[in-house]
Design a protein around this ligand. Structure first.
Ligand SMILES: [Zn+2]
Length: 158
């Protein structure tokens, strides 16, 4: 997958730890959650960069069924979870998060879902973050202009 260098997903260590805990607690199932924050446009030499700043994380309590694929098949339920969390945090949704037992690349089902979810105004141009439960590697992806890209993930350690 091509790397889109104009888009960066940036979180502090505190959020990274919350993601890791969510993954650990969901084991052996897939964890999922929603990341809220802001998107800022930054002027750089060659044009613009878009920084997705993850500031709040809502871990969706895991049962066998609450995988990201299940939620996308049940948009109304996803919407409910989104609405409750968005009110609580008063931030915009910037990323859909989930885990894989090993590896942090999107599966075929994930890319289908990325494309599908992008058709909803609320879920358009979101970053899909995937964490490998094996080693907590975190990668980010976006479906943008009808193409799939990997984006840069930055974790700011204290
Ligand atoms: Zn997946």
């Amino acid at each position: 997958m091509k790397l889109l260098e104009d888009i960066k997903f940036i979180i502090d260590d505190e959020i990274f730890k919350k993601l890791s805990t969510c993954v650990k607690n969901a084991s052996p199932y897939e964890a999922c959650g929603l990341i809220f924050g802001e998107i800022i446009e930054k002027k750089v030499e060659h044009g613009f960069e878009y920084h997705y700043l993850g500031q709040r994380f809502e871990c969706i309590e895991s049962t066998n069924k609450s995988t990201v694929a299940f939620l996308i098949d049940n948009i109304e339920e996803l919407n409910e979870i989104y609405k409750t969390a968005a009110e609580k945090y008063n931030k915009r949704l910037i990323s859909i998060f989930h885990s894989h037992p090993a590896g942090s690349s999107p599966s075929g089902v994930d890319t289908d879902n990325m494309k599908h979810l992008n058709e909803f105004k609320l879920f358009k141009n979101l970053i899909w973050t995937i964490m490998s439960a094996g080693n907590n590697d975190l990668d980010g992806f976006i479906y943008f202009n009808k193409e799939f890209f990997q984006i840069l993930v930055e974790i700011n350690k204290e």
